[in-house]
Ligand binder design. Structure first.
Ligand code: DX5
Ligand code: ZN
Length: 224
């Protein structure tokens, strides 16, 4: 399992210290949400922030581009220190070229699917990706409630992975709490992005441990 705190929920006046806090929390990855004010109705931060915090940790940088024109951002984020770059399936026919470009930069590639978007749009790309991100809120803001209607998509993603003998990770992002992380784990998720629940409290180490325990117990429990 991978636990990935989202820097969006950090104190934006202290990105450096917050990155170090995540690094010492026992988390596996750092999730970095990039918003362009167009694909989503909010703006977060750019490659310079990623570059600035890169030397502060060895954590894997999972860069989530919620952007209408990711083609102009792949190289900047790649050079800034992304280990994986996630683009959205809603970009339609641009997706194959973007996937190819991310791979050519030597980065892992993720594909995200928004709540209203059918998961079937990801089908043609499954063999080429390292991670499928099932959005469990409409992207743009942290702290939103988890959308339970997205759970069947996780089950479908897991079923395709088995049937097609593929190995992409199944990640969830949005409203992931101790409780909803367990529900996602039962549905088949293995990668848990969480902002408010992890960054939002002073004891991040305890929160990461609690989420890990919650996912572990849910995964060990018989399916229901
Ligand atoms: C949603 C972002 C998420 C967000 C999750 O637009 O993609 O990564 O930071 O934050 P929480 O866990 O607060 O919903
Ligand atoms: Zn995200």
């Amino acid at each position: 399992m991978i636990i990935a705190p989202s820097l969006l929920a950090a104190d934006h006046a202290r990105f450096g210290r917050e990155t170090v806090r995540a690094s010492r929390s026992g988390a596996d990855w750092l999730h970095l949400d990039i918003m362009d004010g167009h694909f989503v109705p909010n703006i977060s931060f750019g490659p310079e922030v990623v570059r600035a915090v890169r030397p502060l940790t060895k954590l894997f940088f999972d860069v989530h581009l919620m952007c209408s024109r990711p083609q102009i951002l792949l190289e900047p984020f790649g050079q800034a220190g992304a280990d994986e770059i996630i683009i959205h399936v809603e970009l339609g026919e641009q997706v194959p070229a973007l996937v190819w470009k991310i791979k050519s930069l030597g980065k892992k590639v993720g594909l995200a699917v928004n709540p209203p978007t059918p998961l079937s749009l990801a089908l043609p790309h499954l063999e080429k990706i390292d991670l499928l991100l099932v959005m469990t809120v409409n992207p743009g803001f942290g702290g939103q409630p988890f959308i339970h209607e997205c759970l069947p998509k996780i089950q479908q993603a897991a079923a395709w992975r088995r049937e097609k003998n593929l190995s992409y990770r199944i990640s969830v992002d949005g409203g992931v709490s101790f409780q909803t992380a367990a529900e996602c784990a039962r549905a088949g998720a293995d990668t848990f992005v969480s902002g408010t629940t992890l960054f939002g409290r002073p004891g991040m180490k305890a929160a990461v441990k609690k989420m890990r325990r919650s996912v572990h117990d849910a995964s060990a429990a018989p399916p229901r």
